[in-house]
Design a protein around this ligand. Structure first.
Ligand SMILES: [Cu+2]
Length: 155
């Protein structure tokens, strides 16, 4: 049992930050798993944005996204439509691809980043030129929140 436990611990240690900097610099595609509901249109549009920015997506369609959010520690304050996992990090909602790349490059000790709700003008939520001001928020397992990036409003 002891051996199994330490193997599990090792496995968890390499989960976060297992993508090497060289992989990112070489522009190789980054693997991501996305959980979304079949009826979610904006989720599909965000997927297109992600795929166009050098991510390969394992697309998991489920009627029960709440169970996924509970499993990965996405609180109600962070929640949006889809939940994605990349390199051990949780990506919640319409997070722009460049913020995810910055996350993978800087590898902070957090659980993930989120764009809570569904602000207009985020990738996949385009509605003409109008964009809401919105923030990308980082969160940890104790639900401490920090601003990871912010975007201004535009008309
Ligand atoms: Cu959405």
């Amino acid at each position: 049992m002891k051996i199994l436990n330490s193997m599990l611990a090792l496995g968890l240690l390499v989960l976060n930050g297992s993508i090497k900097a060289e992989t990112l610099e070489a522009g190789k595609p980054v693997a991501m798993v996305v959980y979304r509901s079949p009826s979610c249109e904006c989720c599909g549009k965000w997927l297109e944005h992600i795929k166009n920015n050098n991510f390969t997506v394992k697309d998991i369609v489920t009627d029960d996204v709440q169970t996924v959010k509970d499993k990965y520690g996405v609180s109600a304050a962070m929640a949006s439509c889809h939940t994605a996992i990349v390199d051990g990090y949780v990506i919640e909602g319409h997070v722009p691809a460049n913020d995810i790349m910055n996350l993978l490059k800087t590898k902070p000790k957090i659980a993930g980043i989120a764009v809570p709700g569904m602000p207009k003008g985020t990738p996949g939520m385009e509605m003409g030129a109008k964009k809401d001001a919105y923030k990308v928020v980082s969160f940890d397992k104790e639900n401490n929140y920090k601003v990871f990036n912010s975007y201004p409003e535009s008309q």
